[in-house]
Ligand binder design. Structure first.
Ligand code: C5P
Length: 400
């Protein structure tokens, strides 16, 4: 993407440098536009060095303006696939909400047809002021996205809301805002399970597996980016992705209950969790003492979440599963597809330890008609995007 990064005058302006670098590393082209106050906090040299692109100032005598300054804002507005203002002060929010345009950034904001994203940062009193909140309502009504500030210690010495959101979250929001939406998934409710489940043996011991949850979390991001409303039911410790409603669970039973509570309101389910297949028959409320001689642990089966949800689905709901197989992977996956009543299975060949936490992976989509050309090998974030594109195409032609 070609991104204009507007930087206004707040102490968090230094974090825009980190964001610019992160976005450049992800392959985006970034041109920074500083307001006059922004340029007091961070220099154009820092930003142009990080981005390898010119950095623009508030007016013709500041930063780099070309031969015909009167159309610079139009050229920049057309160049942008997305305009992000990070950090955004109360002042620029007020100007943009009311159509005021008296410097380069505010004129670009008025001229552009690209999506706009705001990451506000300011003192708590300012943030909570009805004028600022009313301006945000107005900006949202223009279709702009807002990455809400977090809470914490602010530069002014106060503690409260108004702290610039995490740079990583802003980068995710930019990615989401800038990704083209897919008709078959836009505004659809997608339920995703991810991560390992944990079954208690006693208060200190658990039965679990090596799943990192990465694939399911990347799928949640990829569905979110194309416009779906994602609800993630997540086991394990991995952080929840930005912009995805997440329910954290511990055991398979909890994962099932969280999914059942949402299923009627969902259009589809992606079962990417590595659910523990067994749990101890009788978890002990106290730590189990070691005994003499051989010890036995009696295990019972956990519920099959995918199979249970699939068995109560409506005809308009779709269900995707995963299969990690180390041998005869397509035959085993086809058996799973039929047994669990799935629309498709994404088959992961884990022979030789591939799959779990591995960097580059390959997935072979399998439907009742048979296998489809494999997706990958690629990193899990790209693979997740490929899965979403593949499935969206099939949904386009699927009878309702
Ligand atoms: O039967 P198997 O565990 O190989 O099936 C894998 C698929 O089923 C995955 O999509 C996984 O998320 C799902 N699954 C489930 N509940 C279980 C076991 C697996 O939803 N108890």
């Amino acid at each position: 993407m070609q991104i204009i990064l507007g930087i206004t005058g707040g102490i968090a302006a230094y974090k825009a440098a980190e964001l610019a670098r992160l976005l450049v590393n992800r392959g985006h082209r970034i041109r920074c536009v500083l307001t006059e106050a922004g340029a007091r906090f961070i220099t154009p040299l820092t930003l142009s060095s990080l981005t390898g692109e010119p950095c623009y100032g508030a007016n013709p005598d500041q930063g780099e303006w070309r031969a015909n300054p009167s159309i610079e804002h139009i050229e920049l507005a057309r160049w942008a696939d997305l305009v992000a203002v990070v950090p955004a002060t109360a002042n620029i929010l007020g100007k943009a909400a009311n159509g005021l345009a008296d410097d380069l950034l505010s004129t670009v904001l008025l001229a552009t047809r690209a999506p706009v994203l705001w990451a506000p940062a300011m003192n708590t009193g300012m943030w909570e002021h009805p004028a600022v909140q009313a301006n945000l309502v107005r900006l949202r009504s223009f279709g702009h996205a807002v990455v809400e500030p977090g809470e914490g210690a602010l530069a002014c010495g106060e503690e409260g809301s108004g702290k610039l959101a995490e740079v990583a979250s802003i980068a995710e929001a930019i990615q989401a805002q800038g990704t083209p939406k897919l008709r078959s998934l836009r505004d659809r409710q997608v339920l995703i399970t991810a991560g390992p489940t944990r079954e208690d043996l006693d208060p200190v011991r658990i039965l679990t597996n090596r799943s990192t949850g990465t694939m399911g979390i990347e799928l949640a991001r990829a569905f979110r980016d194309v416009g779906a409303r994602v609800h993630l039911v997540l086991g394990g410790e991995a952080p929840a992705p930005w912009g995805v409603e997440t329910t954290r669970v511990h055991s398979a039973q909890q994962m099932l209950e969280a999914c059942l509570a949402r299923w009627a309101n969902s259009d589809g389910l992606v079962g990417a969790a590595a659910v523990a297949d067994q749990r101890p028959e009788r978890p002990s409320p106290e730590k189990v003492k070691k005994g003499e001689g051989p010890e036995t642990l009696v295990l019972v089966r956990t519920p099959d979440i995918l199979a249970q949800l699939s068995s109560v689905r409506r005809p308009d709901q779709w269900v995707l599963g995963f299969a990690a197989e180390s041998e005869h992977h397509l035959e085993h996956a086809m058996a799973k597809l039929k047994k669990k009543g799935l629309d498709a299975v994404l088959v992961n060949d884990i022979q030789g330890g591939r799959g779990f936490g591995a960097q580059a992976s390959t997935l072979t989509p399998l439907t009742a008609q048979g296998p489809h050309p494999p997706l990958g090998p690629q990193s899990k974030d790209q693979l997740a995007r490929a899965v979403v594109q593949w499935w969206a195409q099939r949904l386009e032609v699927r009878p309702e």
